[in-house]
Design a binder for this molecule. Structure first.
Ligand SMILES: [Zn+2]
Length: 138
């Protein structure tokens, strides 16, 4: 859950309890639920916009992973700090085991030199996006 989402939840929670309190203890003017309803509607609107945005984001990440050289779905994406290309962790590690002098396997990659294990970094953000992408599309 990201920050915005967490905040949305907090806002809608406090809105809900305000409505409940107003209904129980408020005078007539506070019981005008229209005000709250319109706020809730606004929240829902923002929420759905956020979801659309998130979906678009997930899709762009999904496209990005098509670049993945072995065409398999990424499970543990690692990013090569030299060129920013992303590989499946087990695949690149196997390649490096077989041949420590492996160059970046992405076609057309401009990186000089060999892939170095210590320059590979698990891309946690991408990994989370991938998990989300899968839950969006399946
Ligand atoms: Zn590369």
């Amino acid at each position: 859950m990201n920050m915005l989402e967490a905040n949305m939840r907090k806002v809608s929670d406090s809105l809900n309890s305000t409505v409940r309190l107003a209904a129980e203890f408020g005078d007539e003017s506070l019981k005008d639920l229209k005000l709250y309803t319109s706020l809730v509607e606004k929240l829902c609107e923002i929420d759905s916009k956020m979801n659309t945005h998130r979906k678009a984001l997930a899709e762009s990440y999904a496209e990005q992973t098509v670049e993945c050289f072995d065409q398999r779905p990424l499970e543990v994406p690692v990013r090569n700090k030299q060129c920013n290309h992303v590989y499946e962790k087990s695949v690149i590690e196997n390649l490096l085991k077989q041949n420590p002098r492996t160059r970046c396997p992405v076609m057309g990659c401009a990186a000089q030199g060999y892939v170095q294990q210590h320059l590979l970094e698990v891309d946690v953000r991408l990994q989370q996006q991938l998990i989300q992408t899968r839950s969006v599309f399946t």
